[in-house]
Design a binder for this molecule. Structure first.
Ligand code: NDP
Length: 305
């Protein structure tokens, strides 16, 4: 069996970011200065890291960004006022609320308050509807990144059996809809699916968005399939590290240094059966911020179309 192709998310993200930077220059030449506002509530360390990296990427690509950092105690009403003022601002094209929000905040209400034309996460029901009906709009970054990756690496999905494991609003459902819109034959699986391995073994393209370390094993994969691993999980047990990454001194050393290593939803041993796969880290995850930048520029252009 030929060596599988590694779908390098970092390289593809660089391609996307270089194109976005050119689009930004084009917009600026027309007097449009694209802007992204990020609302970060409280002091969740992981969220702070994500937001910092989004703001940094904006600066690299010439996108104006503004960070709003209300305290943990902020109310839904106060956040709604913040969103409404950003909706009204001409210099802001994209609004992103970093999730998760504190439990007392009504997340759904807030996401629905963002103007659909500035909804760069693609979570607003209007954008969900646009995606469903195949109209242009803003699409969720992670699944949109997967489609970009397939397109840029010439993996045609037309007519193929695409199986998506996971039905979340953020990944599984929009992923399935994008694949369907691209004319794949799509099956959506979830925790209630009967005989999951029988379904996944039929997949020419298998997308795992589950949130369980190494869940998809070699017995679940059709030889030659394209494996897209969306999962980001952490192994904190040395036995698990040894089981999933046998004879892998690099991962072992990383584990000893950091006390954990990242793994996707697909057992790395299954990658050898594939024709192409996304590694974790360095696969799908690397594309999400690039797609956010792309959505911000798209929103800036669409709003003035
Ligand atoms: P959710 O927890 O919202 O959804 C998980 C889905 O997996 C659910 O639909 C659930 O089914 C399904 N599932 C759980 N257990 C099983 C099982 N045993 N068999 C079949 N299906 C199962 O997660 P998300 O969609 O938000 O995220 C999924 C993964 O992707 C996570 O690891 C997350 O960290 C990662 N992620 C990565 C991103 C990136 O940038 N690369 C961005 C977003 C997420 P049911 O609906 O029946 O409960």
């Amino acid at each position: 069996m030929p060596e599988p192709t590694v779908l390098d998310g970092i390289a593809i993200a660089s391609e996307i970011k270089a194109e976005v930077a050119l689009e930004v220059q084009g917009l600026k030449a027309r007097g449009v200065n694209p802007g992204l506002a990020v609302i970060l509530v409280g002091n969740v360390a992981a969220s702070e890291i994500y937001v910092r990296s989004k703001v940094k990427t904006c600066a690299e690509l010439g996108i104006f960004s503004e960070m709003l950092t209300p305290p943990e105690t902020v109310t839904t009403e106060e956040l709604l006022v913040m969103v409404q003022s950003l909706n009204a601002r001409e210099d802001i094209d994209g609004i992103l609320i970093q999730l998760p929000l504190p439990a007392h905040v009504n997340t759904k209400l807030l996401l629905e308050a963002i103007s659909p034309d500035k909804d760069v996460d693609g979570f607003h029901p209007v954008n969900v509807g646009r995606l469903q009906s195949g109209q242009p709009g803003l699409q969720p970054c992670t699944p949109a990144g997967v489609m970009e990756m397939l397109r840029r690496r010439n993996i045609d999905v037309t007519g193929k059996n695409a199986v998506v494991i996971g039905r979340s609003d953020i990944v599984g459902k929009p992923m399935s809809m994008l694949l369907l819109n691209a004319s794949a034959t799509v099956t959506i699986c979830h925790s209630r699916t009967f005989d999951l391995p029988a379904v996944t073994r039929n997949a020419d393209i298998l997308v795992a968005a589950i949130g369980r370390p190494g869940f998809v094993n070699s017995t679940m994969v059709k030889p030659g399939a394209v494996l897209i691993d969306v999962g980001i999980n952490r192994l904190t047990d040395a036995n698990d590290v040894a089981r999933f990454f046998p004879n892998n001194p690099d991962r072992e050393a990383l584990f000893l240094r950091r006390g954990s290593v990242v793994i996707g939803d697909i057992d790395p041993a299954a990658f050898a059966l594939s024709s192409a796969y996304t590694p974790v880290p360095g696969g799908v995850g690397a594309l999400t911020i690039a797609m956010l930048m792309s959505n911000t520029v798209k929103a800036a252009a669409l709003r003035r179309a």
